[in-house]
Each structure stands twice: as C-alpha cells, then as structure tokens.
Design a protein around this ligand. Sequence first.
Ligand SMILES: NC(=O)c1ccc[n+]([C@@H]2O[C@H](COP(=O)([O-])OP(=O)(O)OC[C@H]3O[C@@H](n4cnc5c(N)ncnc54)[C@H](OP(=O)(O)O)[C@@H]3O)[C@@H](O)[C@H]2O)c1
Length: 284
Amino acid sequence: MTLLDGYNTAKKLNHELKLEIDKWKGLKKPTLAIIHIGNNAASLSYIKGKISAAEKVGIETKLIHLKDQISQKEVEDNILILNNDPQIDGIILQLPIPKHLNKDRLIDLISIDKDADGFHTFHQGLLYQSRETMVPATPLGIMLLLETYNIKLNGLKAVVIGRSNIVGSPVSRLLQDAGATVTICHSKTKDISAYTKDADIVVAAVGIPKFLKADMVKKDVIIVDVGINKVEGKLIGDVDFEHVSKIASYMTPVPKGVGPMTIHALLKNTVKLYVNTMKKRNSI
Ligand SMILES: NC(=O)c1ccc[n+]([C@@H]2O[C@H](COP(=O)([O-])OP(=O)(O)OC[C@H]3O[C@@H](n4cnc5c(N)ncnc54)[C@H](OP(=O)(O)O)[C@@H]3O)[C@@H](O)[C@H]2O)c1
C-alpha cells in the first residue's frame, strides 16, 4: 500500500507557493481574513494551523474573533467591512458558527472576489457546471493529492460517502469531471457496502470514526479518508486504517492526509484571489 502523504505533499506545494509569492516582493502581501465566531475548540486549532501555514508561505492573516452571542447584523457588518478593505484578498468564515446565525446568508454576503473557501452560491454554481471557479479547499486538496500521486481517475468507479456542501458534494463533482463514474452515499443509503465493495476509489467524508471497514471494500481500492474525529484525545479517520490499509493500494492517513492538503488549497485559493485583484489594479 502506498501512503498518500498529505503532510509532505502539502509541504512541497506550500514551498512552491512561497516561491511564487516571493516574486511579488515590494508589493502588498496576499492577505487572508478569518472570521471566527465563538469558542469552538476544534475551530481554534484549525485556525491556528491555517495562520501558521499562511505565515510560512508569506500570506498575511487577519483574525476577526467575534463573541458567541453576536447578532446576524453585527457579523454582516464585519463581512461588509472586509469586503471593502483593499488590504484583504480572501475572506473565510470558520465553520461551524452558532446556530442562531444564518450561515448561508453570511457566506453569500462575502464578495465573490474574496471568497477563499469557494462556498458562495456563485462559485458553487460554476462548480456544478464544471466551469472555472473557486473550488472549496478540502475537495481541491484531495484532487491535488491524487494528481501528485499520478492517480488517473478516468473510467474508475468512485464512491463518495457524504454529501455535504463543503466536502462530499463538491468532491463528487470533481471526481466526475476527472472521468470517474460517481455514486454518492449518505445517511439514507441502504446497504452502503454494496456500493463500496464495487468501488475503485472511496472518499469517506462521514464524520463517524472507523465507519468504513475492511469487509466493505475490494482489494487494491484507493482510499481517501476525510474524517477528523477526536476519540479519547486521538484523531481518528472515517476509515478503519489498521485493517483497510492491508487491502488498499493507496490510502491517506489521519492525521497528515487530507488535513494539510486542505490548508494548502486554502492558501492556493487566497493567492489566486490576490493575483486576480492585483491584475485588475494593474499592479502585477
Ligand atoms: N480533513 C479536513 O480538512 C476536513 C475538512 C472538512 C471536514 N472534515 C471532516 O470530514 C467529515 C465530514 O465532514 P462534513 O463537513 O462533510 O460533515 P457533515 O456536513 O456532517 O456531512 C456528513 C455526511 O455524512 C453522511 N452520513 C452521516 N451518517 C452517515 C451514515 N451512518 N451512513 C452514511 N452516511 C452518513 C451525512 O448524510 P446526510 O446528508 O444524509 O445527513 C452527510 O452527508 C468530518 O469528520 C469532518 O470533521 C475534514
């Protein structure tokens, strides 16, 4: 089994991104604003990872920390300020956010020119028409990882478990665009094994530790494990790594698989937005 090493792949791709950013020395640096609402411990740790990776490649970050009880209007005002700030190239709203807030409305308020997560309905619309767009970070990171290992998806049978707007659905579309025949499974799917056993590649984005077991997949399957589940202080994926890794041909570990690639893709998206903006201003 070949490990799909997201950690070292992201390190290499981040270095390449740094070299690109270094070319614009003397100009305004690419800048990512991160809006964080409340005190979700997992979110805080993801944000730390994003800020640290951004700094290493030369992307500036601005963290806007808002209190748990903030009103919809106050969050919207913060987004509008960032939309109009010429220093800011990319904006992300760290999810999840408190339930009293209207997430969809907030995401759609982010300027399409600064939507670094690609969650805006405009960008999602383009994605589902297979057009050039801002691709959400996790799906983009997965595709870059598969590309790095020269995994050809054309003609493969793919099964994606999970249909969220941030992972399952967009990655399904990207796999389809790459020539795979895609089946999407979710909580209402009966007998998921019947689908996964027949799959050449399985992407697990369920949020249930060790959901995908060895008897659910065929020999030489390619496994992408998106899950991040904290169990007794340890990070566990959605795939039973110990047993599935004995059958798979390629497999991502958890941690150090999809996670670092997601961060790389976010940085790549930020640079893409920066370049678009700087070109519009005739600055590069
Ligand atoms: N590595 C990374 O960078 C990264 C990034 C994002 C997310 N994640 C992780 O990836 C996992 C999924 O994230 P998400 O945001 O997509 O989660 P989500 O929004 O909760 O979606 C989970 C999906 O799994 C499906 N599901 C739940 N229980 C199921 C079951 N018993 N059988 C089959 N399908 C089931 C749900 O089906 P329904 O639609 O029918 O409810 C839903 O589509 C989580 O562990 C999350 O922490 C990792």
